[in-house]
Design a protein around this ligand. Structure first.
Ligand SMILES: *[C@@H]1O[C@H](CO)[C@@H](O)[C@H](O)[C@H]1NC(C)=O
Length: 219
């Protein structure tokens, strides 16, 4: 009897977990401007960073190159904004979600243009099987974020080239100090707020965990 009940509880937890990918923004304290947000499970945290688990999710992406991160992000953002405003083969509008993720090469030089990939997350109905409209603009394409563990450093204020460099270096130092292994060639700059929001802004830097995540108490 007891074993049966345990089995049922485990099954229910699994069902809940597999649904928890994109959902109601009231579930996440720092996701306040869109109806739906990317959801995650917190694996562990210390004073410096968190480890999160994300399920596999569907995104639309655009690449942009510039000497300036802010310019590239704006360019990529506008392409994706046109896509969700109807620049797709179904001619439909798609709700904005959060966060917006920017994939950034780690070794970017100030003397060369860098390549940035900006991505918007699809709302839950598209995550859960509804046909995804094809982009009509060249250089806008559909992507999949595989299920993954992520090291996360959160910060307030504005996401800029300077803050991205500062917080990514800071997180790398923390991870290296505890011999964490992670994918070192790129990081992700993650933004939750529109430029119109002034207070309580929330941004993150992510590195993808390689192998088993580590999360000891900070020394
Ligand atoms: C930019 O990055 C994307 C994704 O990593 C890649 O597919 C694309 O070829 C890159 N573009 C340039 C010009 O390097």
């Amino acid at each position: 009897m007891m074993a049966d009940l345990t089995g049922i509880v485990v099954l229910m937890l699994l069902l809940v977990a597999s649904e928890a990918r994109v959902g109601d923004s009231t579930e996440t304290s720092f996701c306040t401007e869109t109806k739906e947000c990317l959801e995650y499970d917190l694996v562990c945290k210390n004073e410096e960073y968190e480890v999160r688990h994300y399920d596999s999710t569907k995104w639309v992406s655009a690449d942009a190159q510039s000497y300036f991160m802010e310019v590239a992000i704006n360019r990529g953002f506008m392409k994706l904004f046109r896509y969700i405003q109807g620049a797709n083969d179904a001619g439909v509008k798609i709700d904005m979600t959060a966060p917006v993720i920017i994939k950034t090469k780690e070794d970017r030089s100030v003397w060369q243009q860098s390549n940035y990939t900006v991505s918007f997350l699809f709302p839950s109905r598209y995550q859960n099987g509804e046909a995804i409209p094809k982009p009509t603009e060249e250089s806008v394409y559909l992507t999949n974020m595989p299920e993954s563990h992520v090291y996360v450093k959160s910060y307030g204020g504005w996401m800029l080239d300077m803050t991205s460099r500062y917080y990514s270096r800071h997180l790398r130092e923390q991870l290296d100090a505890v011999q964490a292994s992670y994918k070192k060639d790129v990081h992700y700059d993650v933004g939750y707020d529109s430029p119109m929001k002034i207070f309580n802004r929330h941004n993150e830097v992510w590195y993808i965990v390689d192998g088993k995540p580590v999360c000891p108490a900070a020394k």
